[in-house]
Structure formats: C-alpha cells, structure tokens
Design a protein around this ligand. Structure first.
Ligand code: HEC
Ligand code: HEC
Length: 375
C-alpha cells in the first residue's frame, strides 16, 4: 500500500518542474542575480601590536567576499586591454608586491615613468598614494593603472563590459556588494574590491625587528648597533638619520621630501618634478614620498626611478650625502642628508639591522595567493 503522501508528492512534480523552468527563463539568463545569497562576512584584519589603526572608508568596509573578489581581480589579466597583464604582473607578491625592474613595463612592452611601488602595508599610507601623492585613496588609485596607456591601457567601459559578460564575476559582485543584476557592476565597485584586497597586504609584524621589540628574540650585537644608528638611540654611536624619515612601526613617515639623489643646480631642472607637479610649487620639485623599508630584501632597484640596484648602492648614496645644489635658493634637499662618513664596521652593522626588517610570513597568507594557481 502506498501512503497518501506518495500520491500527493506525485502531484507536486509538475509544479516543481514548472518552478525550475520558470527560474531558468527569468533568472540567470536575464542577468537577475537575486537568487544568489548576499550575506557578506566581516573580514578581520590582523594588525600587528603597536601599529596604528588602518583608516577604512565607511562606504567600503572590509568583507571576506569583497577581499576575495579583489584578490581575483588583482591577479586577473582581464583588466588589461589585450588580456596580457594583471596588477600582479608588476606587483608580484614574492617581490614584496613590486617587481625586478628599475622602471615598470606595461602592455606591449610600454615603458612607464617610474619604479613599481611595493604594496606592503599600502593600506596605512594615508598621506597620498603614488610616489608623488597625486591620489588620496586606494579606491581612487585602483582605476588609474587600468586606463594608464603605459600600464594596462584599457578603459573603464571595457572593463565593466568584460566583467558583466563574464561567467563568474557577476555572482562574485553579488556576493560582495549585493547587486541584483549584472548591469550594476560598475568601475566604482571594481575599485572598491581592489582596494579591499590591497588593505589586507600587511607585513612586518613577524620580522626579527618586531619580534625583538616584543622581547620574543634577542638582537645580535651587530643588529643592536645598527638599530642604534638607525634610530639615533645612543649618543655614542653614529647617527645615520634614517628613522627621521623611515620611522617605525611602518618605517615610513609618508612625507614628500628630497633625499638628494638627483644632481640639479636649479629646482626646475628636475627630470621628474615628483610632488612639484602635483602642488605646482617649485619648492616641491624633486620631492617624493618616503616608502616603507619592510621587506626591502625582497626587492631591488630602489627609489622612484629605480636608480639604485641594491641596498649597498642606497647606503653609498646616504653615506656620501648625495647631491646638493650650490645656490641655497635652489636647494630643497632635506637637512638630514649630509655625508655620514660611516666606517666599514658601522656600515656592516646598519645593514645587519636593515635585514631584520624582512618578514616573508605574508607569502603564506592564503588570502594573498594567486587564485588562478588553484588557491
Ligand atoms: C605596468 C606595471 C603596473 C601595473 C600593471 C600596475 N601597477 Fe601599480 N604601480 C606601478 C607603478 C610604476 C607605480 C608608481 C607610479 C607613480 O608613482 O607614478 C604603481 C603604484 C601603485 C600604487 C601606489 C602605492 C603607494 O604606496 O602609493 C598602488 C596602490 C598600485 N600601484 C596598485 C595597482 C593596482 C590595484 C593595479 C591593477 C589594477 C596596478 N597597480 C597595476 C606599476 C604597475
Ligand atoms: C630626509 C629624509 C630621509 C632620510 C634621512 C633617509 N631617507 Fe630613505 N628615502 C627618503 C625619501 C624621500 C625616499 C624616496 C625618494 C625617491 O624615490 O626619490 C627614500 C627612499 C629610500 C629607499 C628606497 C625605497 C624604495 O621603495 O625604493 C630606501 C631603501 C631608503 N630610503 C633607505 C634609507 C636608509 C637606510 C636611510 C638611513 C641611512 C635613509 N633612507 C634615510 C627620505 C629619507
């Protein structure tokens, strides 16, 4: 004997089939995404002890779904005109989110103007982005490389079109931002996702420096002596002046300064005016933003024009005092730049300290892996 539930359920079959067909014709094919759940989870940022809080815009809170979408976009060549390069082609995780070149190279081998910046701790850079500070927020910054002819050379309309037509992105935008149809994918949301991903690029908290500061391990004598030189922490040791401009905990003060790398007799002769082109003030010509020293060991070709291949070359520069114009009216080189005259041993110790700023633990953060490598 069959129960009456059997017969009732048989009656339901056509209803179910009908409901499914209905979903197919009115659903995904017409771009309606509302059947996909929207329930974003707060992303918990792990900020090392003693660091400042990260400023996060109220209209773009960090969510797990947003970060994952941003990660995908960051590693996806879809944003470049010919699908050849992604953000990660220049900002390579293993290279401290920078690259091996003195000057960045974009689509079709186009040579850019400046050295690719490291994105380590970029979410803490709250005094302007780029070497010259011409944009303020990561949201605003994220669209620049896409339309820059020397980088990805695409357009925002094209990027939106590709993402809307894509098999997976509409669902991912739905999960991150709650859009109800794929036409709602805009460059504004693209920028938000990229910004969210970049805010989780945090490193330094597991460096020898940070661990020694927390008392977990002890510095060697050479590291201590280098520490004292870097921070001017002992009247009896030579002051290398570094910390005034590369201050802990982030090892940058994010200010625009001229550190005397370019030899010019007149301010207006700076081949790259840097900050000066943004403020329009001649006094800012040749000034660039100080950058973090965390994970410099993963990088090479330092400064805005990548002129110094190694840290040894960088130390040669600071030790010699760089270049200062003879006319004081044309001189905006910072006063902390002067010949340090370090001895061989002092230089060795400073270098030993600088090596304590390496922290590669971020490379095993699953949220920073290339998702196209099966991660
Ligand atoms: C062709 C290489 C290249 C590509 C591709 C590229 N960048 Fe960059 N990135 C650079 C260079 C060069 C700079 C410095 C430019 C300047 O200061 O004028 C930079 C600077 C930045 C900065 C500023 C960091 C700071 O501390 O101020 C951020 C953020 C950034 N890029 C994110 C991205 C994102 C997101 C993408 C992908 C949408 C991307 N980049 C694609 C080369 C590249
Ligand atoms: C007067 C401020 C000042 C002092 C002092 C100073 N720096 Fe810098 N540093 C800067 C500025 C500004 C830049 C960026 C300059 C540019 O790119 O043109 C920079 C860049 C760097 C870079 C390149 C970073 C990158 O991402 O390419 C390194 C490495 C560096 N400094 C190390 C040091 C060390 C080591 C000391 C001490 C011996 C030191 N700095 C002292 C201001 C300073």
């Amino acid at each position: 004997m069959r129960s009456k539930f059997f017969w009732v359920s048989l009656l339901l079959i056509p209803l179910i089939v009908f409901a499914c067909r209905d979903d197919d014709s009115n659903g995904i094919s017409e771009g309606d995404l509302t059947h996909i759940p929207f329930d974003p989870q707060t992303y918990k940022l792990e900020i090392p002890e003693g660091w400042p809080q990260m400023e996060i815009p109220e209209d773009n809170p960090l969510t797990y779904e947003g970060v994952q979408l941003g990660r995908r976009l960051f590693f996806d060549p879809i944003l470049s005109v010919d699908n050849s390069i992604s953000c990660a082609s220049c900002h390579i995780p293993e290279k401290g989110f920078s690259d091996n070149l003195p000057i960045a190279v974009g689509v079709g081998g186009a040579v850019g103007r400046r050295k690719t910046m490291s994105l380590i701790n970029v979410g803490f850079n709250n005094n302007g982005l780029f070497w010259d500070g011409r944009v303020q927020t990561l949201e605003e910054q994220s669209l620049h490389p896409i339309i820059d002819p020397l980088e990805m050379n695409s357009t925002l309309e094209e990027s939106e079109r590709r993402l809307r037509d894509h098999e997976e992105y509409p669902a991912r935008f739905r999960k991150a931002f709650g859009i109800s149809k794929k036409e709602e994918i805009t460059s504004d949301l693209l920028a938000k996702a990229l910004a969210q991903f970049q805010r989780i690029i945090i490193a330094g908290g597991n460096s020898i420096f940070s661990r020694a500061m927390r008392g977990e391990i002890a510095f060697t004598d050479a590291q201590w002596n280098g520490f004292e030189m870097f921070f001017d922490a002992n009247l009896l040791t030579l002051d290398a002046e570094c910390a005034h401009c590369h201050l802990s905990p982030l090892f940058t003060i994010n200010e625009y300064l001229n550190n005397g790398i370019t030899q010019t007799e007149r301010l207006e002769d700076h081949p790259d005016p840097g900050r000066g082109a943004v403020t329009g003030r001649l006094g800012d010509y040749g000034k660039f933003r100080t950058t973090t020293l965390f994970n410099w060991e993963l990088r090479n070709h330092f400064m805005h024009d990548g002129r110094f291949k190694t840290m040894d070359d960088v130390l040669d520069h600071y030790n010699s005092g760089g270049h200062r114009p003879s006319d004081p009216d044309e001189d905006n080189v910072d006063l902390l730049i002067y010949p340090l005259n370090m001895s061989e041993i002092e230089r060795y110790e400073l270098m030993e300290f600088l090596k304590t700023l390496t922290d590669t633990s971020f490379l095993s953060n699953p949220d920073l892996q290339n998702p196209f490598d099966g991660n």
